[in-house]
Ligand binder design. Structure first.
Ligand code: SF4
Length: 309
């Protein structure tokens, strides 16, 4: 019988890595080959094309910033870009280093590109599309990442996404923002850890450390648009990926194993009120500012919280 690369959870992923003596990215590559019937060149080319979409989306926003039709998004990327251009002036003022600021820029630029109807790569979803591009954009200069390494990061991240999709959900409507940006954060953490030489176990610790801090995060988009709070949350997600990855590489382990964190995500999502799952009926969506936007968009005719009864 041909050996299997299929995995449904973190334990099985680590088992496959051990059985085949492979890092996560390679197991995920073979999983894809096994399921799709395509070969390695095809998968690398396909992901390389998607990587181009990610990076072109960031570049498009930086080259030509624009406000979104709602006017809620579009101002942040140019501000961060200016800071980076004037880095000497800022470096002693800011706590984050230049790579972290670049990661925030990549994440926010992707979200702002999405808000103005630019092309983005949902990874794993449109709302969370900025986290991995942010992680890559922020680390590629320092780590001198090659195209192949960036594609491998996508494969490692995809492995984490597959596990969350199998065990819980990637949908904000089903599990809240913890399922979207939370998952993307875990994907980014594992990817960044592996590309820096972390073992599969270390990658899962990085993913757990990051995801644990996203648990309970609700989905409360103002006006039902993927703009506020979504876009800036991607920047925080990329920073959680950096933190989880750095801690794991230092040797810090997650007390709770990855599979248990994902089960917790699912059970929290199940307990979450539908008002906090993409309906724009709770959280920031019904803050006075959120309601003002909804009213302007013609979504509601009243100026009080519709969920208060
Ligand atoms: S708040 Fe909701 S719509 Fe926005 S990114 Fe999170 S899950 Fe997606």
């Amino acid at each position: 019988m041909a050996s299997s690369y299929v995995f449904r959870n973190g334990k099985e992923l680590l088992d496959r890595c051990k059985e085949h003596k492979m890092p996560i990215w390679e197991v995920v590559l073979n999983y894809e080959i096994q399921l799709s019937g395509k070969d390695k060149d095809y998968v690398f080319k396909m992901l390389g094309d998607r990587l181009t979409v990610m990076m072109e989306g960031i570049a498009a926003t930086l080259d030509k910033p624009e406000m979104s039709p709602s006017k809620m998004a579009g101002k942040s990327a140019p501000i961060i870009q200016k800071v980076l251009k004037d880095w000497k002036k800022w470096e002693n003022k800011l706590m984050m280093n230049e790579d972290a600021v670049k990661a925030m820029l990549g994440a926010i630029a992707t979200g702002e590109n999405n808000a103005r109807m630019g092309v983005i790569l949902a990874f794993p979803t449109a709302g969370a599309a900025g986290v991995l591009p942010g992680v890559i954009f922020g680390s590629r200069d320092k780590l001198k990442l090659t195209q192949d390494q960036m594609v491998k990061m996508m494969l490692t991240g995809a492995g984490i996404g597959i596990i969350v999709a199998n065990t819980a959900t990637l949908s904000g409507a089903a599990g809240g923002c913890q399922a979207e940006i939370g998952t993307a954060t875990a994907m980014g953490a594992a990817a960044l850890t592996e590309v820096r030489g972390g073992k599969p176990e270390t990658c899962l610790h990085a993913a757990s450390l990051s995801l644990k801090n996203m648990l309970g995060l609700v989905c409360d988009p103002i006006g039902g648009l993927v703009e506020v709070p979504c876009i800036k949350r991607n920047a925080f997600g990329a920073m959680y990926s950096f933190t989880g990855s750095d801690l794991a590489l230092m040797g810090i382990e997650s007390f709770v194993p990855f599979d248990e964190v994902v089960v917790a995500l699912r059970s929290i999502g199940d307990m979450m009120s539908p008002k906090l799952r993409e309906t724009a009926l709770g959280g920031l969506a019904v803050s006075p500012t959120g309601l003002k936007v909804a009213k302007k968009m013609g979504l509601i005719q009243i100026s009080t919280n519709p969920c208060s009864k």
